[in-house]
Design a protein around this ligand. Structure first.
Ligand code: PRX
Length: 664
């Protein structure tokens, strides 16, 4: 490890190995620059050509139109297509019918199902017919609360086949979080499972789903139909007569045909909604549409993963997050690739499960998150050394900046010093990769996200303090706000049901630009280095959480008067949550109360949102106008108490001493 550390200090660049370059789609920075230039200066030709790799019932008449001042973006205007058709029928037409589309690896080692493109088409068509039988039509919202099992891609592709809008809720979210998403989306149907495997134990999804539906009823919203996958043979769950049916029974019904024509969708017809955290308490439903998302997912998998027909590809993200949408299911299938869906955690039964899966299926391209790498690095290199990882040719990362120590460990022990590592910066909102280094073209700098993908005009702008100031670009290596000067095909088109929020969240901070909410700097070689969020969003183990949401959960607990939550650095998770809590008069602070607060947040949002530290305080550092100075709370939480800065504008500066003294 000593050797690795010193390499990090050298700030080395890692050029792609020659064997990789020789077979790559893009082989040099010059080639990349040329393509990038065309992608932003002549999108009509660049994106038009790429889109022609896919199937359209009717071609577009114009590639793109945008007006950021009105938060309006359109791609492939007038084009008609269907995403499910492109992932299935079109692949079969191209001769890939007998190729494996999805390899499902359950937590039990022998629980494997390989599904070819032809078989997938049959399953998806059947399930699309089941949905139709249940009354689902184009434009209806379908909530999906499923674990990482093969039925999840089947359900997604069935929705998109008939033009239904899926909204997938991560299986780790609580009943309350599921309720909020079902209500906001107005979903009338829910697809769930009786349960799933987690570290040798059964976890029931149905219990949470039932509770969520009761909570929906209390708000006057009825979900009429629930389809339940029997993932665990021997887990009994209550089934509500007239509402709940088994997936397996529905699929086996004699009136269910395995042919279902795909619905012709306009390029701008809604495709899916995926909820993500923002600076306010309410998660926002990022709305993606059909044509642009499809072309972007296709293009990024092709170029960023340099995907080849023979590749076996493994992305460890849960499909409940955007990474799983674009890079477990849609992007790989649009490229006719073989993608692995793994049910469980990296550490079961032993901390070499990922490495064992790579060995077992001879994985060539492996996409994961720095937090997972750090957790597995801690377990030691004997785990990957006990496995044959020689099939790997490319590694990729997402979710947070890749700290050089973990990067170098990944490079050495997983990539055998022969695989390029491409970091990918992007967001739920962006639909696909935005900043990343094409693996055959661009030398990697550990810790940097790299260069903009095709069509992405990324800039770092100085923060503005008033509405009249023009946008000004930062100097080289000067930190600022990462923004996009133009739209790209995969960009979200709105916040479901709340156009104003879309405009206010992304288009007013820097007029004329899409505002990402991330800080960044651009170095002398044009590489972008991400510096974390500039708003009140925290990234815990690659999961994005709004601190306002967690505060709302804490404040709803009896005895809590007020709270403030900030992020602080954590070795494995990247960031963890630190909660400052003011109790109501007469309520005594105690360790039991801390435990109860953690349990309450888990119930309201999910285990991912559990605060790592809670400090009871008598007040918060507020300005005279009542605004919490979060900067101070962040500094205390991360132990930088000698860098608190100016505290004289606080209404009561003495509160800072109390907070510092009681630091957890
Ligand atoms: O802060 C950035 C961080 O994750 C945020 C997006 O989170 P989410 O919408 O949940 O999507 C995660 C998967 C795409 C970003 O605003 N982020 C994501 N990737 C990186 C990153 N930060 C640094 N480097 C990355 N590669």
């Amino acid at each position: 490890m000593g050797e690795i550390k010193s390499m990090a200090d050298e700030n080395r660049m890692f050029p792609p190995p020659k064997e990789f370059v020789d077979q790559a789609y893009v082989k040099s920075r010059e080639e990349y620059e040329k393509m990038w230039k065309q992608s932003v200066e002549d999108p009509e030709t660049f994106w038009g050509n790429l889109a022609k790799d896919l199937y359209w019932y009717k071609p577009w008449f114009k590639v793109n139109r945008e007006d950021f001042a009105k938060a309006e973006v359109e791609w492939f205007i007038g084009g008609k297509t269907n995403l499910s058709y492109n992932c299935l029928d079109y692949q079969i037409e191209k001769g890939k019918g007998d190729k494996v589309a999805i390899i499902f690896q359950g937590e039990p080692e022998d629980d494997v199902k390989k599904i070819t493109y032809k078989e997938m088409l049959s399953l998806v068509s059947k399930f699309a017919n089941v949905l139709k039988k249940k009354g689902v039509r184009k434009g209806d919202r379908v909530a999906i609360y499923l674990p990482m099992i093969w039925q999840l891609p089947v359900a997604m592709l069935a929705c998109t086949r008939i033009g239904a809008i899926h909204t997938i809720v991560f299986g780790g979210f609580s009943a309350e979080a599921l309720r909020d998403r079902i209500l906001d989306a107005g979903a009338k149907i829910l697809i769930t499972a009786n349960g799933y495997w987690r570290s040798g134990k059964h976890v029931s999804s149905k219990a949470n789903a039932d509770k969520a539906l009761e909570l929906c009823l209390a708000e006057g919203h009825t979900v009429d139909k629930v389809i339940v996958v029997r993932r665990l043979e021997d887990l009994d769950v209550p089934m509500k007569e007239g509402r709940d049916t088994w997936f397996e029974d529905e699929m086996a019904a004699t009136d269910i045909d395995d042919v279902c024509p795909a619905v012709m969708m306009d390029a701008e017809d809604p495709l899916f909604i995926l909820y993500t955290s923002g600076s306010t308490g309410k998660p926002k439903g990022a709305l993606h549409t059909t044509g642009g998302y499809m072309v972007y997912a296709y293009a990024t998998v092709k170029y960023v993963f340099d995907i080849k027909d023979t590749d076996v590809y493994f992305c460890t993200a849960d499909i409940g997050w955007v990474t799983g949408h674009s890079y477990v299911v849609y992007g790989p299938m649009l490229n006719g690739a073989t993608s692995i869906v793994y049910e469980s955690v990296p550490t079961f039964p032993k901390p070499d499960r990922f490495w064992q899966i790579i060995e077992k299926f001879k994985v060539n391209v492996f996409y994961t998150a720095p937090t997972a790498v750090r957790a597995l690095m801690k377990e030691g290199e004997q785990w990957p050394q006990g496995r044959d990882l020689s099939s790997l040719r490319l590694l990729a990362s997402v979710g947070e900046p890749f700290n050089p120590e973990a990067w170098l460990w990944f490079h050495k022990y997983i990539g055998g010093e022969k695989c390029p590592i491409t970091d990918t910066w992007w967001q739920t909102e962006t639909g696909g990769h935005m900043i990343c280094s094409l693996p055959g073209a661009i030398p990697t700098k550990p810790g940097a996200a790299g260069l903009p993908f095709f069509g992405v005009k990324a800039v770092v702008l100085k923060p503005r303090s008033s509405g009249d100031e023009p946008a000004v670009e930062c100097d080289v290596n000067e930190g600022g706000e990462l923004c996009m000067a133009r739209s790209w095909p995969g960009m979200m088109r709105g916040v479901f049901g709340d156009p104003e929020r879309f405009y206010n969240t992304y288009f007013i901070q820097q007029p004329g630009y899409y505002f990402s909410g991330d800080g960044a700097r651009k170095d002398e070689d044009g590489y972008f280095w991400l510096l974390g969020r500039v708003d009140d969003v925290v990234n815990v183990s690659g999961h994005r959480l709004g601190t306002a949401e967690i505060e709302a959960a804490l404040n709803s607990y009896e005895g809590v008067a007020e709270s403030a939550v900030v992020g602080f650095p954590h070795d494995i998770k990247g960031e963890d949550l630190y909660a400052y809590v003011i109790l109501k008069t007469g309520v005594q602070p105690s360790d039991d109360l801390k435990k109860a607060l953690v349990a309450h947040v888990r119930k309201e949002i999910g285990p991912i949102a559990s605060p790592g530290k809670i400090q009871f305080v008598s007040g918060l550092p507020k300005t005279r106008s009542g605004k919490i100075m979060r900067r101070i709370l962040r500094k205390v939480a991360s132990g930088e108490i000698d860098q608190l800065g100016d505290t004289t504008t606080l209404a009561d500066p003495s509160i800072v001493d109390e907070i510092v003294a009681g630091r957890q």
